[in-house]
Design a protein around this ligand. Structure first.
Ligand code: BG6
Length: 482
């Protein structure tokens, strides 16, 4: 077939991310024929283990392996996977890796290489260097998938980008933000730019405020070491939620081409001033009300007395003619009451609503990213019956009932496939990353220095006590039945 064929080299192959996300996604693509059946996989990590151990490890998170088709395909996938162990900072390891890649390439007649860096930030640059020196092919394509965190602030991110930029061309670098691979996030541009009804009212004349909310039920649970260094604002808001904001706020790109899309994204980011501390609300979870769930500080992997935020809300403003005066509020937190990611676009109040004593409740467009993807529009209509009473109701597009025979693909499968076909629209370009850090860096530095108060909220609650007041301040009006 005409499918591109790559050797996929997973660096950090023994780590959590590789095990939970990368390998299952690679196998998903393989199973469904989205990547060539000739694809070869090579794992690389420091851990010394033999091939059977490695294969056992990568099968761990693969589901439904008892189904006959899955089992056959898994056997083939594992058959085409090998492992090399070596250091991240010495040429000898990368030379051994290069030998293995060459062996595989000869055997399977493959020329192109996709390096997936599922690595901690400390070894990022040494590995990028080692790969460039020892494993960069001149016979075909080299692509590098890079995982966050991309730095801690503007300066460290620039250092990283510069180091990476000295080794690889921009079109070889694929920075993953897995939210850009989510079905609903990919739907935002289509909703906006393929529907007259949304396109024409998508501005300050009609929209009052935008809320983008990420809620998780679980706490840090053993990931406290990584998390404590970064905090929720760096972990989720600066990347995933800001990406959503960008897609909601951007002007129409000139075309659907990757550079045009990313140009439009960078442009809207440029119009966003830095977040200010008086427009930030931080929280850290304490024990649950009933005392059964642990506080953040109870997590053994969290340093004692840590002030790191596990909840953050912040207001953003886009200073351009479309959005002047419309606040965008981003909220994210761990150990909350619900597991949900959604976007709420709240329209302005209707003047002169003749069927109401006061004002009619606002229209609200809700885009539910997860779980159970849905788009629904809250609107006022007549309550069926004899009188002329009104009721708030919904135009409801719920994926589960509308698209019964389709499954929503996994975000990682989506993005890895993009990297294989060379589609960069949904990867973060260097200038885009730079703008994202510019917006957050001053306030992050204040937070790091302990200058922004952190409110304790109970595990399993809706977040800090001051949250309702905070969102009201930025124009949000909660509907009675929300
Ligand atoms: C990751 C964060 O990037 O995204 C995690 O590091 C977070 O803290 C995760 O839990 C959320 O991703 P998803 O796909 O489960 O919503």
């Amino acid at each position: 077939s005409g499918q591109p064929v790559f050797t996929i080299i997973v660096l950090g192959a023994s780590g959590d991310l590789a095990k939970k996300k990368t390998f299952p996604a690679l196998f998903g693509l393989f199973l469904h024929g989205h990547i060539s059946p000739k694809t070869r996989i090579i794992g690389y990590a420091r851990t010394k283990m033999d091939r059977p151990d490695f294969l056992k490890r990568i099968s761990q998170h693969i589901k439904n392996t008892t189904a006959p088709k899955v089992k056959t395909m898994l056997d083939q996938f594992l058959d085409q996977s090998t492992y090399v162990s070596g250091a991240y900072d010495q040429d000898s390891g990368f030379l051994a890796l290069e030998q293995e890649i060459q062996r595989v390439e000869r055997e399977a007649k493959i020329y192109d290489r996709l390096f997936y860096m599922a690595l901690p930030p400390s070894v990022f640059i040494p590995v990028a260097n080692g790969l460039k020196r020892n494993c960069y092919t001149t016979k075909g394509i080299n692509r590098l998938i890079v995982e966050k965190p991309f730095g801690m602030d503007l300066e460290s991110s620039r250092t990283l980008s510069k180091a990476l930029g000295a080794l690889y061309r921009e079109d070889e670098i694929y920075r993953i933000d897995h939210y850009l691979g989510k079905e609903m996030v990919k739907n935002i541009m289509i909703l906006r730019f393929s529907n007259q009804i949304f396109g024409s009212c998508w501005n300050k004349d009609h929209i009052s405020n935008v809320q983008i909310t990420f809620r998780e039920k679980i706490g840090t649970e053993g990931r406290g070491g990584y998390f404590d260094e970064f905090g929720i604002m760096r972990d989720v808001m600066q990347n995933h939620l800001l990406q959503i904001l960008t897609l909601i706020g951007m002007e129409a790109p000139r075309s659907s081409n990757a550079e045009d899309i990313r140009d439009a994204k960078v442009n809207v980011l440029r119009a966003i001033p830095e977040v200010i501390e008086s427009e930030v609300l931080l929280g850290q979870y304490g024990k649950s009300e009933d005392g059964t769930m642990p506080s953040y500080l109870d997590d053994d992997t969290v340093p004692k007395g840590s002030k790191t935020a596990t909840f953050a809300a912040a207001a953003f403003h886009i200073n351009n003619p479309r959005w002047e005066g419309v606040p965008f509020v981003l909220k994210c937190g761990k150990a909350l009451d619900q597991q949900k990611v959604e976007i709420r676009i709240q329209f302005k109040d209707m003047g002169n609503a003749i069927f109401h004593k006061d004002v009619a409740a606002r229209n609200e467009l809700v885009i539910r990213v997860q779980p159970q993807e849905a788009v629904y529009l809250k609107m006022t209509q007549k309550l069926p019956g004899l009188g002329m009473d009104t009721v708030m109701s919904e135009l409801d597009l719920s994926y589960a009932s509308r698209f019964t025979n389709l499954t929503v693909p996994d975000a990682y499968e989506n993005l890895i496939l993009d990297a294989i076909v060379g589609e960069q629209s949904n990867f973060v370009r260097t200038d885009e990353l730079d703008e994202a850090w510019r917006i957050f860096t001053p306030v992050l530095h204040k937070i790091d220095r302990g200058l922004v108060p952190v409110e304790i909220y109970p595990y399993g609650s809706r977040g800090p006590k001051h949250l309702p007041e905070f969102v009201t301040r930025f124009g949000f009006e909660r509907h009675a039945q929300n």
